[in-house]
Design a protein. Structure first.
Length: 262
């Protein structure tokens, strides 16, 4: 089957990009401590390490939960900004997290290599300023976007009804929302690998787009000190990437999977 045949078969939807649907991906590490002001200052003072690729820097305090109260913790945001002020790439440090977000996705290997470099550098800098920093869990969020080509559209040309989508979404009208979550290891009484699948149809300019956002949090078997983290982080994040692809294979129609190379 050639590409032209694939496009003609699915005339109801197209992926956001020519060969993939990824609009954005966020990589994060959850720490065993809230980053203290000296660690945030150390990151600010180390901007030269990643300035070439993330030239913009701004104070960006984050909200943290302290015994049921919402408090502000110091934070800093580094970014490569588009002319409209939105970020192609960004890295935020604050609270008990370090997050790297890419909104200019190409291919996993290239994007993850860059993100891993940012995370490793930030973890190295902050751990030198704050003792005993360790990573408790790793997070991956992937947002895929599909554009409806017809009004009304037939959702069955994009998704499979079953475990993740109730049949009611087929008759919910052009705009809808569906959210579900589960643990991979729930059958054994565990809660170490959380999934959240958040999907909706929303207006975007003159189009209707289908957002499929898959969040995962994988708790490490034990806290890993920053000094020995990079290999564990690489292996864990690649595992989450494979889980994301597996989920897409379960929820998207075969012709759309072929269109995006899955």
């Amino acid at each position: 089957m050639v590409a032209g045949d694939i496009v003609s078969e699915n005339t109801h939807f197209r992926p956001l990009n020519e060969d993939h649907a990824v609009a954005g991906v966020k990589f994060a590490v959850v720490l065993n401590q809230v980053l203290q002001p000296q660690a945030i200052s150390a990151a600010e003072n180390s901007h030269e390490i990643w300035r070439e690729s993330l030239p913009a820097a701004s104070i960006s305090d984050v909200a943290i939960d302290a015994g049921g109260r919402q408090l502000k913790a110091p934070g800093v945001l580094f970014a490569f900004l588009r002319p409209d002020g939105t970020a192609n790439w960004s890295m935020q440090l604050g609270g008990n997290k370090i997050e790297v977000e890419c909104n200019l996705y190409s291919r996993w290997d290239r994007v993850w290599m860059s993100a891993l470099g940012y995370l490793a550098s930030a973890l190295s800098v902050t751990s030198q300023a704050q003792n005993n920093l360790a990573v408790l869990s790793v997070e991956l969020t992937v947002r895929d976007v599909f554009v409806a080509l017809k009004r009304p559209y037939e959702l069955s040309h994009l998704i499979k009804i079953g475990e993740y989508f109730p049949r009611s979404v087929l008759s919910a009208g052009p705009l809808w929302h569906c959210n579900t979550g589960w643990f991979d290891d729930a059958h054994s009484g565990g809660n170490g690998h959380l999934h959240n699948l958040n999907c909706d149809a929303a207006p975007a300019n003159n189009d209707v787009i289908i957002n499929i956002t898959h969040f995962q949090q994988k708790r490490l078997p034990e806290p890993v000190l920053v000094q020995g983290l990079q290999s564990t982080l690489d292996i864990t994040m690649k595992t989450l990437h494979e889980k994301n692809k597996t989920l897409l294979r379960e929820i998207l129609t075969q012709d759309m999977l072929t269109r995006i190379g899955l």
